[in-house]
Structures are given as structure tokens and as C-alpha cells.
Design a protein around this ligand. Sequence first.
Ligand code: ZN
Length: 198
Amino acid sequence: MVLTDEQVRQIKDHLLKQLPNFPEDKREQIRQQVESMDAEQVETFIKQNQLTHLGEQCIFCSIVAGINPSYSIGGNNENIAILEINPLSKGHSLIVPKEHLDKIKSSTQELAEEVAKKLREKLNPKRIELKEIKIMEHALIEIIPLYGGERKRKPANEDELKALQEEITKPLEIKIEPKNAEPVGEEELFKLPPRIPD
Ligand SMILES: [Zn+2]
């Protein structure tokens, strides 16, 4: 990531706005420090403080750190899987890398496939869409089960999210199904990305 002059300026301006929060006798010193940072130092600073290019705190880093609440439905060493609180459909989820990076890693992809499989088994959507997105410069994967007729996102309340979290994470009941029970022709609707070879 290389910051443009404009981004460096924006971040510095954002930091300078925080000056009144510091004791008066420290302000001038901090102001000079901020002004003297070059692009590389600004970049290091925003990484260490998990800030975006606009100098805002990243919401996903706050979730990973446990500062903001979330509804976990799984995870692996490098990622967490959480329910979207403003879902388009039932089971709309996010796979969030613990690290604030602008690209996703293979472990994120792996967890996304695992969670998509779970959602498919538990919620039985018509299809599931996986999308790589970036919010506040934090790359993540969005998983959207589609049942047909989805139009717009709606905020979910705490009870709904808790119930759904339980439904998705409880162990599957063992069912004996006849062979050929899978509907034919559904498969091509799935936009699952290619599997990473083991
Ligand atoms: Zn982040």
C-alpha cells in the first residue's frame, strides 16, 4: 500500500483534530511530530493503530479485538465468521480476517467455503453467493444465502441474531437420506470460487 499525498494530508488533518484531547503543553510537540511524518511513517502509524486511510478506526478490527459485539458462527486461526447485523437474507455472514489487510488470504477463503457449506446444510437456501469485499480497507468475504425475492438489507435484532447463531452452530442431526436426493441442476447456480488444492 502506498499512500498518496492527499491521503497523507487527510490522515494528518484527522490526527491534528484530536489535538484538543491532549494536555495543552503537549499539543505543540505533537503537532510538530504529526506534521513531520513522511508517507512511510504515516503508513506505519495507521497500521499500528488500525486506522483507515481517512484516519478512522476500523470497525472490523474493533470486532476482532472484542471491543464491538458480534455473533460468531465459526472461525479458524486467522479469521472469524460472524453474522451480518444488517442482513440481506437469513444467514448473511462475513468472514473477517483478524489482520487488517487489503487482500484476503487462502485461510479466509477456506473458512468461507466451510461456513457456506454449513449454511447450505442448515438453512437450505436456493444458492449462496460469496463475494470478496473491502470495508474501511479491511478485506473480507461476504456470504449471502439467497432464497429468492431478496430486495434490501434490514437490521436484525439481537434475539433474531442469537437464535440464528444457535441454529447455525448447533451440531447437525444425523439424517439418513436416500441417494439421488440432491436436486439436479441447482449446482450451476452456485458461484463458489475454485477450491484451493490441499
Ligand atoms: Zn481492520
